[in-house]
Design a protein around this ligand. Structure first.
Ligand code: PLP
Length: 387
């Protein structure tokens, strides 16, 4: 029997073997609670701060600007709610501003958090990208006003792989006196970037998307931004995120982040781009019913994650394809993993203006460290055999 082929690196990246090994020893090496004063606690604290330093080094920020939490969803919600409440309830130059601008293709973690602000009297503006999956600076400039408190745009889109011009968008938001949050969950480990250069006010990250453990994440918050914590309790993470820290999880996250970003320097992006390009050629030559969802660049282009191949297949539904491919040994997604159980077409595809009938045949193939040319070719043949 053929081994299974995993082609859903955007949903989660299988844990790196180096991280798996490190986690096993970390669990026994740091048994203490990082908030306690005795030896075991001090060792745990040292390990936690070591992980924070390592992660900050990879991200291009100061360690004290990073806060550990349980993942991307918590990080996004904490930031959006914390910044919105902070600006209203603390002495702040933005007090009274009530508009939140959100890219319409943000992950549900961001969208739902922003929409929940509506119930608290905020105005939420959803800004549509262009047909190719990019939010244009001129469109943002058109809606920014002196009432804008917060703008949120992700760095890499999780269904399309498009890399947004976050530095320019953040600069526009700042010119209007607004704050800028970026969901960097999908970008982290898949493209080089530095928080220092993006110059955003806040950002969020998740470990399992880059080969680290599940249930671990972090957020970056620029010092000086008014903020009210969502989770109250023991005051860990400098009072911004209470709860006993998962020290070994943080260590696994930092190690995965370093390994994945080091790998970006070794030609891995070029390798993934080549695999994606030849799979796309194979599919295009095999059937006129398959087309890329957006115009994809060939090779390793800065504005597209190289391992992402979003497809629209005519005449067959996403779910049917996903289940048939699963039976035949392939793990691939119909859209975002979190919404793939829904029969509604993805909000991301709808935001691009793709008609419902086309969006029903969406397939998201995402490649990563373990993907090989042979796997991709076998996948291509199998998908074509379903049509
Ligand atoms: N943001 C983006 C862009 C994502 O792709 C995901 C995961 O699907 C999340 C946030 C949520 O992260 P987590 O799974 O760590 O909660």
């Amino acid at each position: 029997m053929n081994r299974r082929v995993y082609l859903d690196y955007a949903a989660t990246a299988p844990m790196l073997p180096e991280v798996e090994r490190a986690l096993c020893s970390a669990y026994t090496a740091t048994p203490g609670n990082a908030s306690t004063l005795y030896l075991e606690g001090r060792c745990a604290r040292q390990a936690l701060e070591g992980a924070r330093e390592e992660l900050a080094g990879v991200l291009g920020c100061a360690p004290q600007e990073l806060y550990f939490c349980s993942g991307g969803t918590e990080a996004a919600g904490t930031l959006i709610e914390g910044i919105a409440r902070g600006a209203q309830e603390q002495p702040d130059e933005r007090r009274g501003r009530k508009q939140v601008i959100c890219a319409a293709f943000e992950h549900h973690a961001v969208l739902e958090s922003a929409l929940s602000l509506k119930r608290q009297g905020f105005e939420v503006v959803l800004l549509r990208p262009n047909r190719e999956g990019y939010l244009l600076p001129e469109d943002l400039a058109g809606v920014l006003s002196e009432n804008t408190l917060l703008v949120t745009v992700m760095l890499a889109q999780n269904e399309l792989g498009t890399v947004q011009d976050v530095a320019s968008l953040a600069s526009l938001a700042h010119q209007a006196g607004a704050l800028f949050v970026s969901d960097c969950v999908q970008a982290f480990g898949k493209m080089p970037f530095s928080l220092d250069e993006l110059a955003v006010d806040a950002a969020c990250f998740s470990a399992h998307k880059l080969g680290g453990p599940f249930g671990v994440g972090a957020f970056y918050l620029r010092p000086g931004v008014s903020f009210l914590p969502r989770q109250l309790g023991g005051g860990q993470e400098r009072r911004l995120r209470s709860g006993t820290q998962d020290v070994s999880g943080a260590q696994g996250f930092a190690l995965a982040a370093r390994l994945q970003t080091d790998e970006l320097l070794t030609g891995e992006r070029g390798r993934l781009a080549l695999l994606r390009d030849s799979l796309l050629t194979q599919l295009g030559q095999g059937s006129d019913r398959i087309r890329p969802t957006i115009l994809l660049p060939s090779g390793d282009a800065a504005r597209q994650l190289p391992g992402f191949l979003p497809l629209l297949v005519r005449g067959i539904e996403s779910q049917t394809m996903v289940l048939k491919l699963d039976e035949l040994g392939f793990a691939v997604s119909g859209g975002a993993a979190c919404s793939s159980a829904s029969l509604e077409p993805s909000h991301v595809l709808t935001s691009l203006g793709i008609p419902k009938d086309d969006a029903y045949g969406a397939l998201r193939v995402t490649l990563g460290r373990g993907s090989t040319a042979e796997d991709c070719e076998r996948f291509g043949e199998t998908l074509l055999s379903l049509l």
